[in-house]
Design a protein around this ligand. Sequence first.
Ligand SMILES: Cc1cc2nc3c(=O)[nH]c(=O)nc-3n(C[C@H](O)[C@H](O)[C@H](O)COP(=O)(O)O)c2cc1C
Length: 170
Amino acid sequence: MMKIATETPMPSRLVDEYKTAMRHVASQVAVVTFPTETGRSGITCTAICSASTEPPALVVSVNRSTEACEAIAKAGVFVVNHLSDEQSEIARQFSSSGDAARRFSVGYWQVGETGAPILEAATANFECRVEEAMDFGEHRMFVGTVVSVRIDDGSALLYRDGFFRRLVLE
Ligand SMILES: Cc1cc2nc3c(=O)[nH]c(=O)nc-3n(C[C@H](O)[C@H](O)[C@H](O)COP(=O)(O)O)c2cc1C
């Protein structure tokens, strides 16, 4: 097994090692969507986890350099749409620099009770209201309390080592 961590690495080296190690971690891919003043937008995210069960809440970590960061803060609501392995094109759209309208050209979209876009046929949708936000490093962590959920059949879309991947049974 390759050992990556060292005793006292230079900070920049540690950052590189961290990035390399994170590429080895498989994550489920989601698009986080929200309403904007002119319509709707969204961003592909993997830095998402459950924050609490009672109340049901999620944490989404968004880079502060993205347009999405300020837009989510302004909207005060978002939906985490966990993608199925049939929806990798949606992940590509929402991580590219195309305008927001083009991002929604793929997939079937509805509007949730908060006004945020909800993707049909996602493996799970969590519609949330922003409860708290905390800046850490170059990211902002949004804690969203869940107001509605949906689930669908279908298998998860994963991301590892720069590639979208499917889950397989062992
Ligand atoms: C698989 C994948 C996962 C990503 N996960 C995140 C994430 O968790 N947080 C984040 O801020 N950006 C993440 N990104 C990058 C954003 O999707 C990308 O920067 C986005 O296009 C920014 O959009 P905006 O500046 O128009 O808001 C991810 C990209 C990919 C391809």
